[in-house]
Design a protein around this ligand. Structure first.
Ligand SMILES: Cc1cc2nc3c(=O)[nH]c(=O)nc-3n(C[C@H](O)[C@H](O)[C@H](O)COP(=O)(O)O)c2cc1C
Length: 329
């Protein structure tokens, strides 16, 4: 007790608030709750009950380093009762060499576990009349369904990138007609504008993952990978929509039409803390969870325990937020 009192005296000077509080987002309501542990954060999402409204956004697979990362991600997702999207399963179209990187359903138990392919690969399979190749990916991975990623800016910047032969919305509509498994659509870190968002919300998709602008930026990443891309193209890397922008656009669309077919969202892209995730979920009129990619990557690489501790901290923070913070509209 006396040590603590001494700490308080010594640390007072270095503990002054810097800048304005974040009261433009929340009302802080210290009087209305106790410190409760028994807060239920569970949510129904994609036909399953998640213990936390949290999602491991699609990342990796098909490279030596990916195996232990995916293993740790899937084990922690299963333990914490959250959903997970695999990184692109493209390597499985050609061979089973990397199947162990992706075949992780057993770690998830009954929590959502989704495969992933680029829209260009889905279109190629449809063009060749080989829809079985896509179905095989769902079967090989035992996934609940397929996440189709749509990334025209990344592909454009990537020297070996795919050129889309048809507008992605057509591929997605065709996929919904042709395949029996459920489908989620996402960007990869630039987000999307209101017309694209509306065109997706009109379809019977299981969810839309924002993969918004503000965090990992694959157009920038591809520009760094490629040698000799002229600096004039740097401007295109800054194009996109933040997760907040996308929550506001999706709210506007729901207000205009309460009957839009898809109102399930994985709010992701640039989310780096539980307060931002909590704020965006509370603000959204949709049924949602929030997702992160790169913050999980580093922890998963360093080990299962580090990743588990990180998710436990997010859980603690969400419980605290739900007791003492109310969002401001
Ligand atoms: C290493 C890495 C690999 C990724 N690979 C894929 C992928 O294969 N398919 C996909 O849909 N998104 C992929 N993404 C994009 C993420 O799912 C996510 O949309 C993006 O990183 C933005 O989220 P963040 O800011 O939390 O990282 C990848 C992200 C990272 C960091």
């Amino acid at each position: 007790m006396s040590d603590r009192k001494l700490d308080h005296i010594q640390l007072t000077n270095s503990s002054q608030a810097i800048g304005a509080p974040i009261s433009d987002l929340f009302y802080y309501e210290p009087l209305l709750s106790s410190h409760r542990e028994d807060i239920d954060l569970s949510v129904e999402f994609l036909g399953k009950k998640l213990k936390l409204p949290l999602w491991v956004s699609s990342m990796t697979g098909g490279t030596g380093a990916a195996r232990h990362i995916n293993n740790n991600l899937s084990k922690v997702a299963g333990k914490m009762g959250i959903g997970m999207g695999l990184g692109s399963c493209r390597p499985l179209l050609d061979s089973n060499e990397f199947l162990d990187d992706f075949n992780l359903k057993h770690n998830l138990g009954d929590y959502p576990f989704w495969a992933n392919l680029g829209v260009a690969q889905v279109q190629e399979c449809l063009d060749r009349g080989q829809k079985e190749q896509v179905i095989d990916i769902i079967n090989k991975t035992n996934a609940d369904g397929l996440i189709i990623h749509v990334n025209p800016l990344q592909e454009w910047m990537q020297p070996e990138g795919d050129q889309f032969t048809t507008a992605p919305i057509n591929t997605i509509k065709d996929s919904l007609d042709v395949f029996d498994f459920p489908i989620i659509v996402k960007e990869v870190g630039q987000g999307m504008g209101i017309e694209s968002l509306k065109s997706l919300m009109e379809l019977p998709l299981s969810a839309i993952e924002f993969a918004a602008y503000g965090g990992t930026n694959f157009t920038t990443l591809e520009k760094s990978r490629a040698k000799g891309i002229d600096e004039i193209h740097t401007c295109i890397t800054s194009v996109g929509h933040t997760a907040l922008d996308m929550v506001e656009m999706s709210n506007q669309l729901i207000n205009e039409n309460k009957h839009l077919a898809c109102q399930n969202f994985i709010i992701s892209g640039g989310i780096r803390d539980y307060l931002t995730g909590y704020y965006l979920m509370e603000k959204s009129l949709g049924n949602c969870v929030f997702g992160m990619a790169s913050p999980f990557l580093e922890k998963a690489d360093s080990g299962e325990k580090d990743l588990l501790d990180f998710v436990l901290d997010i859980e603690k923070g969400l419980k605290l937020a739900s007791q003492f913070l109310r969002i401001r509209n």
